[in-house]
Design a protein around this ligand. Structure first.
Ligand code: AMP
Ligand code: TRP
Length: 419
């Protein structure tokens, strides 16, 4: 299972972001092949201050790591280090109906909140679709307000498959953690930067205390029973607490806990949860170089997936090399197409593959590989990219003549879908 999610670097991570996306996503990191990234191309739709953006990227990278992202387990990267995202976005945009984007709530909300209506903001969901589809993602953990974007992604993938070939794109599924799908802010509305009602996750203790003191409550006096229903204070507590703790807190509400005491309890609960993460946050904020190294390594891993995917897609849509797009007669092409890959295991226990022509003459021979999957992957790459994959695969192959015409023709025929 491939899991993928991203966050825009656009300010301090708040408790709503944490429970809506960060925590559910990080819980999944050990359940599959996880890809998490910093969506900095996306932030350009609302942040036009280079210095500020750089600061936000650094902060968000640290947030991910402090919240428990394990960069040895997942592929953790910065979107703009993988330019394939924007290339794919362009190709997707050529089949995306305007109406599909016109219906997006997020676009309408952002304009209502004063972000200027640029083409980039309108096309935002197409770039998000590219993020998701590029890695053939199965599951996309997001907050509820991003669900529509994942649905748009599915629609775009369907359209691409109809247009350029079934099976080119995999349809992703959103995953929403319902219990914390909408975390309320200080005033009881959805916690959001645009409402200025957030609690930043890594707020220093005095700031945290002050913010919690400002949570809106009703005017019931100490000793009077209080309703948990509609209480932002209670819901924020619930997001952090276990079922037992929540039940005990509800009982305290029924028993008439004073609001001041309830706020102290919330502060202690949050601080208990955040203290260990805060230490890591502070260390990482002081060591940006270490963070940069991790992002760099992540980008290399991401590109190892993104580049072959785009090579395949470029072939499918017709962005192909003229040198290999021959106009040979059908007889000759058919003969080349009759070449095939054979996979087998030798007495040495290792796995091999070779490419042979119609008569069984050897065209390409692999070295011994650890697994049949490794052989399968190399074959898939050759079928996707033709001779373009030879350079990358050279370490796995017995010496060959890269100019050998029958080899090049066979690879070309195998990598070109029947017209
Ligand atoms: P945003 O800060 O609006 O860009 O959202 C980033 C991520 O956090 C998205 O997956 C949102 O769905 C999620 N999110 C933002 N605010 C909340 C909230 N108040 N409750 C739950 N999830 C949220
Ligand atoms: N649009 C998302 C948000 O605002 C961020 C994002 C960009 C994203 N690309 C993505 C989330 C791909 C999941 C998958 O939170």
């Amino acid at each position: 299972m491939r899991i993928l999610s991203g966050l825009q670097p656009s300010g301090r991570l708040h408790i709503g972001n944490f429970f809506g996306m960060m925590e559910p996503a990080l819980k999944l990191q050990h359940e599959g092949d996880a890809y998490y990234f910093i969506a900095d191309y996306h932030s350009l739709t609302s942040v036009h201050d280079g210095k500020a953006l750089r600061g936000y990227v650094r902060e968000l990278a640290v947030d991910f790591l402090a919240c428990g992202l394990d960069p040895t387990k997942c592929v953790f990267f910065r979107q703009s280090d993988v330019p394939e995202h924007t290339e794919l976005s362009w190709i997707l945009s050529t089949v995306t109906p305007m109406g599909l984007l016109e219906r997006c709530h997020s676009y309408k909300d952002k304009i209502a909140n004063g972000i200027s209506a640029s083409h980039g903001l309108f096309a935002y969901p197409v770039l998000m679709a590219a993020d998701i589809l590029l890695y053939e993602s199965d599951v996309v953990p997001v907050g509820r307000d991003q669900k529509q974007h994942v649905e748009v992604t599915r629609d775009i993938a369907i359209k691409m498959n109809e247009t350029f070939g079934a099976g080119l794109f995999k349809l992703p599924n959103p995953r929403i953690q319902e219990s914390t799908a909408v975390v309320p802010g200080l005033d009881g509305q959805k916690m959001s930067k645009s409402y200025d009602n957030t609690i930043p996750l890594f707020a220093p203790r005095p700031e945290l205390k002050k913010l919690i003191a400002g949570i809106k409550t009703d005017s019931r006096a100490p000793g009077e029973a209080k309703s948990t229903e509609g209480s932002a204070l209670f819901q924020i507590y619930q997001a952090f607490a276990s079922a037992e703790e929540t039940a005990a807190f509800a009982q305290d509400f029924a028993n008439g806990i004073a609001w001041g005491d309830a706020k102290d309890r919330l502060f202690e609960r949050i601080d208990f949860e955040i203290a260990p993460m805060r230490a890591r946050y502070e260390w990482l904020m002081a060591h940006p170089q270490e963070v940069e190294v991790m992002l760099h390594a992540g980008a290399a891993k991401a590109r190892a997936v993104a580049t072959p995917f785009m090579a395949r897609l470029r072939q499918a849509v017709g962005l192909r090399s003229l040198a290999t797009a021959t106009t040979r007669g059908p007889a000759k092409a058919a003969k080349a197409a009759a070449a095939s890959f054979k996979q087998y295991r030798e007495k040495d226990g290792q796995f091999y593959f070779k490419l042979v022509d119609a008569k069984g003459a050897l065209l390409l021979q692999s070295l011994g590989l650890d697994s049949p999957q490794a052989a399968g992957k190399a074959i898939a790459l050759l079928k996707a990219q033709g001779a373009g994959a030879l350079a990358e695969l050279q370490p796995l192959l017995a010496p060959f003549d890269a100019q050998h015409a029958p080899l090049l023709q066979a690879l070309h025929a195998l990598s070109t879908p029947a017209e």
